[in-house]
Ligand binder design. Structure first.
Ligand code: ADP
Ligand code: MG
Length: 243
């Protein structure tokens, strides 16, 4: 992330309007508007089944959707590859090869993304998620938390400008969490933007500019964190076993 600084154009990086997803004959995401500026982070919170993952998948163009997604002012349909190359995506599926080592996985993706210096990029990405000492271990032996760290390394390898993160801290231990949160802060300082699906809104609060609450496929409420006391805020839905 720190290897290169880019100058961002002013205005919104991502402009989403009327984004709608249907599956199994019903509407999973009702027409949704959402904007994100360079360096802006938004947490997406809500109960299970709210449509959080579906929203991210639609933005990653992994499920069919209706509505408009503009990136840097252009409809993404005009330049889908350019858009995808600027995305860093962590979904529930880690997208890693279990029989390859952590190092081999990252090298594979670095080449796939056309990263200029794949070795240096893989090395830095492993270090950033605290996995350097496990570089040569096959991913099949990794714990859930290690896989999640590696999925994050993979997502950030090509210096994306927009992160789509679905529960990126799940399974990660307390020390790993601190490292990942530092990584997020550095990314934000480098003007990388993110949509971060999480149940851990208290943790996310320290980083994000906005909390977007989603319920039954629709935005229920938006809270700008600046100037709001975290302790006075409660989600509008009932949390199960608040963590
Ligand atoms: P969340 O991530 O907020 O828990 P999801 O986006 O995974 O919610 O799912 C939202 C709703 O859409 C759920 O009710 C889920 O069962 C439904 N859903 C998701 N994908 C499909 C699909 N491919 N076909 C039918 N229903 C789906
Ligand atoms: Mg989900």
């Amino acid at each position: 992330m720190s290897r290169k600084q880019r100058v961002e154009p002013s205005g919104d990086l991502l402009e989403v309007s009327g984004l709608e997803v249907e599956a199994g004959g019903r509407t999973i995401l009702h027409p949704t508007d959402l904007n994100l500026g360079a360096g802006e982070w938004k947490a997406i919170v809500g109960p299970n089944g709210a449509g959080k993952s579906t929203l991210l998948k639609a933005l990653a163009t992994l499920v069919p959707y209706r509505g408009s997604i503009r990136y840097r002012g252009r409809p993404i349909s005009e330049a889908p590859l350019a858009y995808r190359s600027e995305l860093g995506v962590v979904l529930h599926e880690p997208l890693l090869y279990r029989e390859l080592s952590a190092w081999e996985n990252l090298l594979f993706y670095a080449r796939l993304y056309g990263v200029a210096e794949p070795h240096a990029a893989a090395q830095q990405a492993l270090a950033e998620v605290g996995l350097s000492v496990y570089a040569q271990e096959p991913v099949g032996r990794f714990s859930r938390g290690m896989i999640q760290r590696l999925a994050l390394a993979r997502a950030m390898l090509h210096q994306p400008r927009l992160l789509l993160l679905d529960e990126p801290l799940s399974g990660i231990d307390a020390r790993g969490e601190e490292e990942i949160l530092k990584l997020f802060r550095r990314a934000k300082e480098a003007q990388v933007a993110a949509l971060w699906v999480t149940h851990r809104w208290r943790v996310a609060w320290e980083i994000v500019d906005e909390i977007v609450e989603l319920e039954r496929g629709a935005v229920r409420r938006i809270t700008r964190t600046a100037g709001v006391d975290r302790e006075s805020w409660e989600p509008s839905y009932l949390e199960e076993g608040a963590r």
